[in-house]
Design a protein around this ligand. Structure first.
Ligand SMILES: Nc1nc2c(ncn2[C@@H]2O[C@H](COP(=O)(O)OP(=O)(O)O)[C@@H](O)[C@H]2O)c(=O)[nH]1
Ligand SMILES: [Mg+2]
Length: 272
């Protein structure tokens, strides 16, 4: 691979046990992660401000609950929900949450534009040191933030993916083969050794990427974001996360044919 992407080869897998995901896990892991010997007196840096971006489209059933779980996380400084012209009560539910907690902000699109457009709108407004993407359903668990942020806090990564495979999460209902194929294709093109590039849980230092340089409107944002972060020399790491898959009946919107767009986007951003 070209040297522009060399640093991506430094992918680190953090061998943390999936069952230890809670707010204390990151701190405990400081003494347990491979190659991380306790360093005696560790002076911790001031806490990072974390912006959570929530793209939401017709998620009235889950958005309040996910926001509650997000707001329970210590590191969260702001939560920007981008309602993508939902036709259900999503926006009203977010407004109720915003009335209770000043960290919640609602931005509304006038027409439905897709997950990527929503992420870009949110990113343009984010002010934190680190950004986390959070879906508005309950498939991912915000209690994993502590572990996800850990490599960035330690200054050992700029971009962390929460991997559903490292944790041995229940991926039976996940579009397993498609996920594996896109991840394989991505690794081939970018010289990385990731296990789950399509995970929603992506945490990165905000200064590394501007909303203006992203162009994907739909689910292809999930490969555009890593592609552009790697291009900017981001050091990438993966942490295990838990995953509770939902099906179409429960509101899942991604469909198998999106895989073709993702494969194309992976190629396009490697050379374009
Ligand atoms: N803004 C926006 N978000 C969407 C759209 N379609 C899906 N999403 C959101 O993207 C997230 C992921 O969608 P989901 O169907 O669960 O697919 P997943 O990527 O397999 O988890 C959810 O928070 C959805 O509300 C859309 O058209 N616009
Ligand atoms: Mg989902």
């Amino acid at each position: 691979m070209g040297c522009r992407f060399r640093r991506a080869e430094q992918t680190t897998s953090w061998g943390l046990q999936p069952r230890t995901y809670n707010t204390d896990a990151g701190r405990r892991a400081e003494n347990t992660a491979p190659g991380c010997a306790p360093k005696g007196r560790v002076s911790r840096k001031p806490a990072m401000r974390v912006s959570v971006l929530v793209p939401a489209y017709n998620e009235e059933r889950t958005v309040e609950e996910i926001l509650r779980r997000v707001l329970a996380q210590e590191a969260v400084a702001e939560v920007i929900v981008v309602d993508d012209a939902s036709s259900d009560g999503t926006a009203a539910a977010v407004e109720r949450m915003a009335a209770q907690d000043p960290r919640v902000r609602l931005i509304r699109h006038e027409r439905n534009r897709g997950k990527g457009a929503a992420v870009r709108t949110g990113l343009a407004q984010a002010s934190g040191d680190v950004v986390i993407i959070q879906d508005a359903d309950l498939e991912y668990n915000p209690a994993d933030y502590a572990v996800l942020l850990f490599p960035i806090e330690r200054g050992e990564a700029d971009f962390v993916l929460g991997s559903r495979y490292l944790a041995g999460a229940d991926t039976r209902r996940l579009f397993g083969l498609g996920n594996r194929l896109i991840t394989w294709w991505f690794n081939l093109l970018y010289g990385t050794r990731l296990s789950d590039v399509l995970t929603c849980y992506k945490a990165f230092r905000r200064e590394l990427v501007n909303a203006g340089e992203l162009c994907c409107e739909g689910f292809d944002i999930d490969v555009e974001l890593p592609a552009k972060l790697l291009r900017h020399g981001a050091r990438v790491a993966e942490t295990p996360i838990s995953y509770d898959a939902r099906g179409a009946a429960e509101g899942k919107k991604i469909r198998w044919w999106v895989g073709f767009r993702l494969a194309w986007a992976t190629l396009r951003f490697r050379f374009g």
